[in-house]
Design a protein around this ligand. Structure first.
Ligand code: GLU
Length: 418
């Protein structure tokens, strides 16, 4: 399908093909799972503050729903297109299956630069987008969550728009909501916390300790900032962080609580904090460190820079940060990769807890959330590690193959309709 043929979709399909080949996946299933189950493209007309009407394009793609409702975030970014959303939806399918969550994968997005819109414009955009995808979403059908460019407020507007249409409050239609309307404790930091939990396991596996580790984080949004904070709390020396404009580097370690205070509470840019030397995103990736966490956009580590990476562990907070060519180079260099669908699964794991709490109208303590998250993601790490050793494949292939296998079993057991 021509519209799907973008570089991110090609990466997701190339990974899938390689895994399917290695595991000798049924040929019919292979054809089916390469493509999304359902894709919706919507026009989103928005009255701008100056009175003009601007029309944005939005998407919701459900890759698979054989194991349960489909699940996945909504992205607001100028580069969003059908291929990217479809790739991200496919990764959600494998991610949920790998973690053992009873979900399929989905993703949504609007092609927009959210920072250029006022809060009122963003609210109107979100509500109209939610109304347009209304036929597809619901607690039993498809459950959106935050992703790049969206947050708890975005989810609150979607929850309200959906609830207004049906006539009563439906908290379980989205996750990552504010606590006051059925959100879960610990959801906001969950992806970052999950990245730290799997990194701790990888360090242990390599006979390293967090206290003697240095960490560099690319991206200082939800995933990057919480990862940096929790790594610091666990005793690691976080030597560099960056956002879209560039990053700061301090070999002695950045004072992360103070940095977060200046960046988030005082609204200073990373550069204005003057807490380290100014470096480019490309320089950050090449830093000598124990753990490198790409937590920004996809395809950051490619054949062009992979050979220059100097980390021991690559913990993929972002979705799809590494190309297949880069994978090969990193593997030859002996970098231990914690693949995205494992490393960043903490977000959707706690989304699952939120959805369960909403459906039961019974809420858990933060300690419960953290313990259950750690249990699920640590088990997924060890299952993947075991699979990789047993089948002599990379951690990425092991994670993909375990996820794909669970989805394949569901398809084969349900059979082909009609
Ligand atoms: N957007 C996050 C991800 O890529 C979370 C998805 C969710 O919680 O549904 O995994």
């Amino acid at each position: 399908m021509k519209e799907l043929d973008t570089h991110t979709f090609r990466l997701a399909v190339a990974q899938f093909d390689q895994a399917a080949e290695t595991m000798e996946l049924d040929g019919n299933l292979r054809e089916r799972l390469k493509l999304p189950q359902r894709s919706l493209i919507v026009s989103v007309p928005v009255r701008m503050d100056d009175g003009r009407v601007e029309v944005f394009t939005g998407y919701r793609v459900q890759h698979d729903s054989s194991r349960g409702p489909s699940k996945g975030g909504i992205r607001y970014h100028p580069d969003v297109n059908l291929g990217e959303v479809a790739a991200l939806a496919m990764w959600m399918t494998w991610k949920c299956a790998l973690a053992g969550l009873p979900y399929g994968g989905a993703k949504g997005g609007v092609t927009v630069a959210p920072k250029q819109l006022s809060r009122a414009e963003l609210q109107r955009l979100t509500r109209r987008y939610a109304a347009e995808i209304f036929p597809l979403i619901g607690p039993d059908q498809d459950v959106p969550a935050p992703d790049v460019g969206t947050d708890a407020q975005t989810m609150a507007w979607i929850m309200d728009t959906y609830s207004q249409q049906v006539g009563y409050a439906v908290p379980g239609v989205v996750t990552g909501k504010p606590i006051s309307i059925g959100g879960s404790l610990g959801r906001e930091e969950a992806t970052g916390r999950g990245v730290v939990y799997v990194t701790l396991e990888a360090l242990r596996h390599l006979n390293l300790t967090i206290e003697n580790s240095t960490v560099a984080v690319q991206g200082f949004g939800n995933v990057g900032s919480h990862t940096a904070r929790i790594m610091h709390e666990q005793g690691a020396r976080v030597i560099a962080v960056s956002d879209v404009t560039g990053g700061i580097y301090n070999a002695r370690g950045l004072d992360i609580p103070e940095l977060l205070n200046r960046y988030k509470a005082k609204g200073q840019s990373l550069r204005e904090t003057k807490m380290g030397d100014w470096i480019s995103n490309e320089e950050l990736l090449r830093l000598d460190c124990t753990v490198l966490v790409p937590a920004a956009l996809s395809e950051q580590i490619t054949e062009l820079n992979a050979a220059s990476l100097r980390c021991r562990i690559l913990a993929e907070g972002a979705n799809g940060p590494t190309t297949l060519e880069a994978d090969r180079i990193l593997e030859d260099k002996g970098v231990f990769i914690i693949p995205d669908i494992l490393a960043n699964s903490g977000g959707v794991i706690v989304s699952y807890f939120e959805w369960v709490q909403d459906l039961q109208r019974f809420f858990w303590s933060e300690t419960d959330i953290r313990n259950r998250l750690q249990e699920i993601i640590t088990l997924a790490f060890h299952r993947t590690k075991h699979f990789a050793t047993e089948r002599r494949v990379s951690m990425r292939m092991a994670a993909l193959m375990s996820g794909i296998d669970k989805v394949a079993q569901a398809h084969l057991q349900r059979g082909l309709y009609p």
